[in-house]
Ligand binder design. Structure first.
Ligand code: 13P
Length: 283
């Protein structure tokens, strides 16, 4: 059964680890990710971007695929189906109406007061349906935004204001990570994460989990991150294997063999992240 993120993030925050959000693009990824998380007994947030929703056919299809695979594979771990970077109240509502158990409302491109107004509306609707909400403060874009200076670090005061006024369940503050592949080193502001975490008390989310050194990930969890999003790293690992397979097997045309040749690569990333996101407990 799908659940919202409340209990899984609360537990992660209390016990000092991070729940992974892995983004899905199709049936196969959904299956591989669920299999590994079940094997590792790890809670899981399946992230679906608006682009991925469109690609897969729509919210109903995404929901049906996830529910179907979970049922057929007898999945017992807590799984949340989460809209990643919902850009409007309407998109969030549609996701919720179609069975998503968690949504991110990303109105971070608006001034703070407007961000708060939109987030508040989504929280009111989502909570009435038992769905949890993640919001963004500052602006987390891609490497292009970083180069152009469009990524804006979250201010502690803005985070307090948004969390207090909206009652949002988790917060993704911009702390230096970007989506996609980094050029050079990720410059994560750990002190900012610590200050925000102490001030807002709710679970914090790190976007752009790809390409951040393991030790920095561990440090981020230590100072208050309870959920980490990973997307690009799965794509890169999968694409590399598919390319290799096709180059080495010119006469193969069976889609199950072609797509399936990337399964071990995805599974390895998922397994490694689950271990990493819990690893600081062992120190
Ligand atoms: P990456 O693609 O950099 O892993 O980021 C994923 C993400 O933050 C999704 O919201």
């Amino acid at each position: 059964m799908l659940v919202n993120t409340r209990n899984m993030l609360r537990k992660a925050k209390e016990e000092g680890y991070a729940v992974p959000q892995f983004n899905i693009n199709n049936l196969e990824w959904t299956k591989y990710i669920l299999e590994v998380c079940e094997e590792c007994k790890s809670p899981l947030i399946l992230g679906v971007s608006e682009g991925a929703v469109k690609y897969m056919g729509g919210y109903k299809t995404v929901y049906s695929v996830v529910i179907g695979v979970m049922s057929d594979l007898n999945i017992t771990i807590p799984v949340a189906l989460h809209l990643d970077h919902g850009k409007s109240i309407d998109y969030c509502k549609k996701a919720i109406e179609n069975g998503f158990t968690s949504v991110m409302i990303d109105s971070s491109s608006y001034p703070l007061d407007e961000n708060i107004r939109i987030t508040k509306d989504v929280v009111a609707y989502a909570h009435s349906k038992g769905v949890t909400v993640e919001a963004e403060v500052g602006h987390i874009g891609g490497i292009e935004d970083d180069i152009n200076g469009d990524n804006v670090y979250a201010k502690v005061g803005d985070c307090i204001k948004l969390v207090t006024e909206t009652g949002v369940d988790s917060l993704a503050p911009a702390v230096g990570s970007v989506h996609g592949l980094y050029e050079g080193e990720a410059k994560i502001d750990l002190e900012r994460i610590r200050l925000i975490s102490e001030a807002v008390k709710i679970p914090l989310v790190l976007h752009g989990g790809t390409g951040i050194p393991d030790q920095t990930i561990i440090d981020c969890i230590q100072v208050g991150i309870s959920k980490i999003n990973v997307n690009t790293e799965l794509q890169v690992a999968w694409a590399k294997e598919i390319r290799l397979f096709l180059n080495n097997n010119q006469s193969v045309y069976d889609p199950r063999k072609i797509i399936g040749s990337g399964s071990d690569a995805i599974k390895k990333v998922v397994r490694d992240k689950i271990i990493l996101f819990k690893s600081h407990n062992k120190a």
